[in-house]
Ligand binder design. Structure first.
Ligand SMILES: [Zn+2]
Ligand SMILES: [Zn+2]
Ligand SMILES: [Zn+2]
Length: 397
């Protein structure tokens, strides 16, 4: 009996190496069908067609039969040499900078670029961090890789680049355009675009709150036994998911509505920093939104009826399906010339009652506590201004 190398050599000579590998994979895959469903002549025809289409060749039925017969006789050897089916059972470990990665199975989230956006120099000092990616069906182990431009003191990761010194983070279309469809900003978790999409659909169709969605994810991981030893709790997951989903949607929103090439994001996902970011940028988003929709008629190739487009105005409150808001009502918007003062109320979330103090009134926000209302302050004015800004006018077409 000829040895393995002779067989491979004979097969290679008959139809060429590249076609041979393709035929082997097709043959092994198709031989799972019982002959009653896929008789061997039909199988040979399928393989011939597929190989000739793919490599623009003109192998005859006899060529293919000769090769598939030899594969059948040496199935074990072919399987061992060519098939990759044993990869998911294999682990190949690589240690870099104290991080052990499984180069076969771990997702590796490389930075979206190799060169600095600012100075176009090559990035250096790569660092590795073990994180987990939240998907709809499973939690996936991944290695997040960051690289640095020493000259500009900028750090690049999978979805963004940032300056720790100046406390900013930026994202552009190419960093958003992840081939792996994963959104990673910082810390220990990333999310798949598919999980974002899933939530968006549930929000639009069922007004699904973040916490309910987090419970669905956790239940599913447990059911599928796919939690990868990560024990997530609904509330922390909801907070984490909420901040990532909101930032991702805002990036998409800015790219859709304006000519923006780069979107600013907060450098960390710390609660205060996030709130500050949303407060700082709400005016800009309001501007983008109203400008886009009020001029919808002038955008080329729109599908709506030109006479009805942008005619109807719907005034909405705080743009959330369900959220507790402060009970302070005495806030009005007087910025719309055609109308009198419109009562809009305070947009802030009421304070939580804390154990250490029972003086907190849980129906009012931190700016409208009865105790501070006695003395009007700058903060109070700020809350009223914010309320006016939040009274978003949705221009529907
Ligand atoms: Zn640079
Ligand atoms: Zn308030
Ligand atoms: Zn329109």
């Amino acid at each position: 009996m000829p040895n393995g190398e002779d067989i491979l050599e004979a097969l290679r000579c008959s139809i060429g190496l590249v076609s041979l590998i393709y035929v082997c994979r097709l043959y092994i895959k198709l031989s799972n069908f019982p002959p009653t469903i896929l008789p061997s002549t039909a199988r040979t025809q399928l393989i011939k067609q597929a190989v000739n289409d793919r490599y623009d060749s003109s192998h005859t039925t006899e060529d293919i039969m000769m090769v598939t017969n030899m594969i059948e006789i040496n199935k074990d050897m072919i399987n061992r040499v060519l098939l990759l089916s044993d990869f998911n059972q294999n682990i190949i470990k690589l240690d870099i900078n104290h991080i052990t990665m499984d180069v076969l199975n771990d997702l590796i989230l490389f930075p979206f670029t190799n060169i600095c956006i600012n100075c176009t120099k090559s990035l250096t000092s790569y660092r590795y961090k073990l994180i987990h990616v939240i998907d709809c069906f499973k939690i996936i182990r991944a290695i997040a890789v960051t690289a640095e431009c020493k000259t500009c003191s900028l750090i690049y990761n999978h979805s963004s680049w940032y300056s720790l010194k100046n406390r900013w983070r930026k994202i552009n279309k190419s960093s958003l355009n992840s081939a792996l469809k994963i959104f990673y900003l910082c810390d220990s978790f990333a999310f798949t675009y598919s999980a974002f999409f899933d939530y968006t659909c549930q929000l639009l169709h069922d007004q699904c709150p973040f916490q309910a969605f987090s419970r669905i994810l956790i239940d599913r991981y447990n059911y599928e036994r796919q939690n990868n030893n990560i024990n997530l709790q609904p509330i922390p997951l909801a907070k984490l998911f909420q901040s990532h989903w909101l930032l991702y949607q805002i990036v998409c929103f800015e790219f859709m509505l304006g000519r923006t090439q780069i979107v600013n994001l907060p450098v960390s996902l710390n609660r205060n920093e996030l709130n500050y970011h949303f407060e700082c940028y709400s005016g800009w988003w309001y501007h983008l939104f109203t400008t886009f929709w009020s001029r919808h008629k002038s955008i080329p190739n729109i599908k709506c009826c030109p006479s009805d487009c942008s005619r109807c105005i719907i005034v909405d409150g705080h743009q959330k399906c369900r959220r507790l808001v402060c009970s302070f009502k005495n806030i009005v918007d007087t910025s719309i010339e055609e109308m009198t003062a419109i009562e809009i109320g305070c947009p802030y979330t009421p304070c939580r009652r804390i154990q250490s103090s029972n003086s907190v009134d849980a129906i009012y926000c931190r700016y409208h506590q009865p105790s501070i209302l006695l003395s009007p302050s700058l903060n109070l004015q700020k809350a009223d201004d914010m309320a006016a800004e939040f009274s978003v006018i949705l221009l529907l077409c």
